[in-house]
Design a protein. Structure first.
Length: 187
């Protein structure tokens, strides 16, 4: 109730209904997103920016290390380290370069629009999930821009991945779990 009462007190100090300030304040309150008492919103976004930067650094350091030793090591026929330079799009789909970059720009613009529009309403899990998705995407896209390919090295079953791919997958799973959790609370 603290934030809600602060906002109401701060913006309804006018009592004269003919006063322009009164109506401007009421319009502000109508559009203001005030979290409920039991909802936790992200109050320190810099923590998630810092976490995202750390995840990108971890991904790039792991790729640098594995590619510098140039050693492949299969633990089993289903798991191991295998160096792979992925010149193609996600899941090694062969797309022309302009198609890849068009999709990158479009998806990143949509994600950025969603985040900047809604970040104040994110709970911890949503903020963490979007941090993982963005860190993975920025790391892989930056690498593709710099090298012309993405360095993959984690062999699992029939595919080769990197940590950034894992960030994206985990982030999407967390977003789905959070959505299910939030819809269950709202019922």
């Amino acid at each position: 109730m603290g934030r809600q009462s602060d906002i109401v007190h701060r913006y309804t100090d006018c009592t004269d209904v003919t006063d322009f300030k009164f109506w401007a304040n009421m319009a502000f309150l109508k559009n203001q997103q005030i979290p409920k008492e039991n909802e936790r919103t992200v109050s320190r976004p810099f923590v998630f920016w810092f976490l995202g930067l750390l995840l990108i650094i971890l991904d790039q350091l792991s790729k640098h290390f594995i590619f510098s030793i140039e050693r492949e090591n299969l633990i089993s026929p289903f798991l191991g380290l295998q160096i792979f330079r992925n010149y193609h799009f996600a899941f090694s789909l062969a797309l022309p370069a302009w198609g890849m970059y068009f999709i990158y720009v479009l998806v990143m613009a949509l994600i950025a629009r969603h985040i900047f529009k809604n970040y104040r309403e994110f709970n911890f899990l949503a903020a963490l999930a979007w941090t993982l998705v963005l860190a993975g995407a920025v790391s892989n896209i930056g690498e593709r821009l710099y090298f012309g390919y993405v360095r993959d090295f984690i062999f699992v079953l029939n595919g080769i991945f990197n940590l950034a791919d894992g960030y994206i997958v985990i982030g999407i799973i967390l977003l789905l779990l959070n959505r299910k959790h939030v819809s269950a609370i709202n019922k």
